[in-house]
Design a protein around this ligand. Structure first.
Ligand code: SF4
Ligand code: FES
Length: 217
């Protein structure tokens, strides 16, 4: 699930419904859905359309733009990939336009609130789309992580090979071993160890709920 928000210019006359249908499948992949409060959703998307007309893209209505186009890309809606760990703790995005799919009733989750301390489970993939034997790079907030499935178990480890920075998630699995695609260094997906001294990579706890694979950060 290394899905990135596809860049697209929304044509003139884009409606709330257009935005809804465009965003819905994308956020579902990330473990989110629209808030249950339909009126609130229509209000936020309506503001996004006004911003689209005045600023050229669907920037977040509850964040302040910096004026630096590169920086402001991080607040084009849906901004979930950029703030995945904070949103996982909040159970919602900053504005509350999107709530986690496992939230029972998201209608109370409006507005900007403080991010609680402590670990968070971040949804990174749909389990059904990740068959046994798969090794792939997934996005975890601002970093990439290699996610592996061996049988029914999921393992998450640092994506950067300690030899020459090869992308482990683009390698392949040999049992419980992730093999780097560049020069073949081998890492045990269970604990990140390799037989090259001092070159182990970090690992992260994983879990599966409601069809999503979560990484705890
Ligand atoms: S905080 Fe919510 S409404 Fe704002 S850009 Fe991010 S996803 Fe969209
Ligand atoms: S970069 Fe991974 S083996 Fe060389």
């Amino acid at each position: 699930m290394s899905a990135a928000f596809p860049r697209r210019r929304f044509p003139e006359g884009t409606t709330v419904e257009d935005l809804r249908s465009y965003m819905e499948p994308f956020v579902r992949q990330l473990g989110y859905r629209f808030n249950d409060d339909e009126e609130f959703v229509a209000e936020v998307l309506g503001s996004e359309i006004e911003i689209l007309d005045s600023a050229g893209d669907v920037y977040c209505p509850c964040r302040v733009r910096s004026g630096n186009p590169k920086e402001d890309l991080k607040i084009v809606c849906p901004c979930i990939p950029f703030y995945a760990d904070q949103f996982a703790k909040l159970q919602k995005c900053w504005c509350g336009l999107f709530v986690r799919t496992d939230v029972e009733d998201g209608s109370e989750l409006h507005g900007v609130i403080e991010v609680p301390e402590g670990p968070a489970d971040v949804p990174v993939a749909l389990a059904d789309e990740f068959p046994p034997g798969t090794l792939r790079t997934v996005r975890l907030g601002k970093r990439d992580v290699a996610l592996a499935r061996v049988g029914d178990e999921f393992f998450a480890l640092g994506n950067v090979c300690r030899h020459a920075f090869g992308p482990l998630g683009q390698g392949f699995l040999d049992g419980h071993t992730a093999v780097c695609p560049w020069h073949g260094w081998r890492y045990d997906v269970r604990d990140g160890t390799t037989d090259h001294p001092g070159a182990d990579v970090a690992t992260y706890p994983t879990s599966v709920r409601d069809g999503y694979v979560f990484i705890t950060v």
